[in-house]
Ligand binder design. Sequence first.
Ligand SMILES: [Zn+2]
Length: 238
Amino acid sequence: MSLITHLVKLQKIDTAIMAIEELQGDLPSKVEELTTTMSQLESAITASKSRLTEIELEIRKLQTLEQERKDKIAKLQDQLYLVKTNREYDALMAEIDHLKGQLDEEEMRELELSEENDQVSEKLETDKTENEEMSQQLGTQRHELESRIAQTEEEHTKLVSKREDLAKNIDNPNLSLYDRVRSAREGLAVVPVSNQACGGCHSRIPSQLEAVIRSGERMTQCNTCRRILYWVDAEESS
Ligand SMILES: [Zn+2]
């Protein structure tokens, strides 16, 4: 096999290794993201529950208070028939009005609380449903992550040892050139010429250079991106 054929193969292996690493790199962060969202949801659920308890307690207190006011108002209204002077009558009426005002405020507050109760209950139900869905999703993703790691680990190991064997066939200067270009060009060092252009950066390849690449006589790099170029036939015939 020629140098360029070896380099093309090396690139394929490296691309496959990179894909595996990317695949594994994505799932753990997804699992982590889900776990974080779920713990936020769980805190929201706890907060809603404790707010609902508070509301219930406050409503009960208000209802007791309202009953007391109503009883007192009824009692005072009975006393109205017994008063002897206008002053006494006015004083009683003023007290009744005052109590009615307080009662209005309490009833208003009770209404607000019962509206809040409805909102919080609704949010609680939504959060609970979402949490359940996420919990299922998380279970699936965790499972997938574990099996993907198990699956790809074997493939990864195989590819790495294949790469080592293949790299032995390439001399050091060319291998280090390949590695340099690869790390500078997002993992892609060897590209085919396609439509008279570099398969990496799409710069036009002069026809003279194309002839050299086609012949496979010597290793050729793109003048723009420095990637190693090969003729597609070379890959197919190997
Ligand atoms: Zn290029």
